[in-house]
Design a protein around this ligand. Structure first.
Ligand SMILES: [Zn+2]
Length: 341
């Protein structure tokens, strides 16, 4: 049986199209998941526009932000049953014997392969998922929102796990994309005062960010960061998809402050890192997420403490993928969601 899928078939720019996709065969420890909703990620857009910096196993079905129902189970899968509502983590292939995996940090296993670039993802009807990736979706949480557990987990890791944010801190988020806005929301949950910075073209997305109780600033944020004691922001979360914003982060951070970089940008830097030394600043990368983070995020989503509805710009059919991608790429919407049928 074949379904259609949104397939990234070659490294050249624009190499994405609808193709027929065979129903996956599952192994003993996998489930077959029927996709209810799948979010479009900045990284799906990066593969479409060919400005990504990670190896892609072409041709591959895009999509790694997804949830749905279990429709089949491998013989060794326990604790799950047909019909269960689930979301899936993204680390589709890991080496369980890698020392990083053994300490629970399988997101940092260098051999990890994720859905949507390493193995077929979820912009199709059926996807094969290892049972270890699954999390139960609370009954009151619709799939349109639950499929965004993944980007929320990216933000949780960047802000809660990888940044030392305390109530009363002033935090600046660079870049009002999905991850930026969710990082701003997480920093608010941590009790910080938060400003999110974008360009003139980001006006609409900055407006959406205000739903999360943060300030939206176009261009220069130095007045905001200096307002309290003239020294800068306690923490900068760099969620912009460009390398150059690190320079802004170094300008805005206070001495002994912290910068967490979660946005990707393959361009080389062209400035001095001396301010990092002079200000005694910590520069921290943040990548992906793991099991405990997903459980915390699902609790936040189910309780309503974290509401992703404001960032969802629309739900499109798979055949309308181009419209969904373009709306997000142009910044007209923060997050596009797809629905297989
Ligand atoms: Zn993503």
């Amino acid at each position: 049986m074949k379904s259609i899928g949104v397939v990234n078939y070659a490294p050249e720019k624009g190499s994405v199209e609808i193709r027929e996709v065979a129903k996956p065969e599952i192994g003993e420890e996998d489930v077959l998941l029927e996709v209810a909703n799948v979010g479009v990620c900045g990284s799906d857009l990066h593969q479409w526009t060919a400005d990504h910096s990670w190896p892609v196993n072409y041709p591959v079905v895009l999509g790694h932000e997804f949830g749905g129902h279990i429709v089949a189970l491998g013989s060794r899968v326990k604790d799950w049953k047909e019909g269960d509502r689930v979301v899936s983590e993204t680390a589709a292939v890991i080496d369980l014997n890698n020392p990083m995996s053994k300490q629970g940090l399988y997101n940092l296993d260098p051999t990890r392969k994720g859905f949507g670039y390493g193995v077929n993802g979820a912009m199709t009807r059926f996807v094969k998922v290892p049972a270890r990736c699954l999390h139960k979706v609370p009954d009151n949480l619709p799939f349109e929102q639950a499929c965004l557990t993944e980007p929320c987990s990216v933000a949780y890791n960047a802000v809660v796990v990888n940044s030392p944010i305390k109530p009363g801190d002033r935090v600046v988020v660079l870049g009002p994309g999905t991850i930026g806005i969710l990082c701003a929301a997480m920093a608010r949950l941590c009790g910080a005062e938060v400003a999110i910075i974008g360009l003139e073209s980001d006006r609409g997305r900055l407006e959406i960010a205000k739903h999360y109780g943060c300030e939206g600033i176009i261009g220069d944020a130095s007045a905001w960061v200096l307002k309290k004691d003239g020294l800068g922001a306690d923490c900068i979360i760099d969620a912009a998809g460009a390398s150059a914003t690190l320079k802004i982060a170094l300008e805005l951070v206070r001495p002994n402050g912290h910068i967490t970089k979660v946005g990707w940008g393959p361009q080389p830097l062209n400035f001095s890192l001396d301010p990092l030394v002079q200000k005694n600043v910590t520069l921290q990368g943040s990548f992906s997420h793991n099991w405990p983070i997903w459980e915390k995020v699902l609790s936040l989503l189910a309780s309503g403490q974290l509401d992703v509805k404001p960032i969802i710009g629309g739900v499109w059919k798979l055949t309308e993928w181009r419209e969904a991608f373009e709306q997000m790429h142009s910044g007209k919407v923060v997050k596009s969601v797809l629905r297989p049928e």
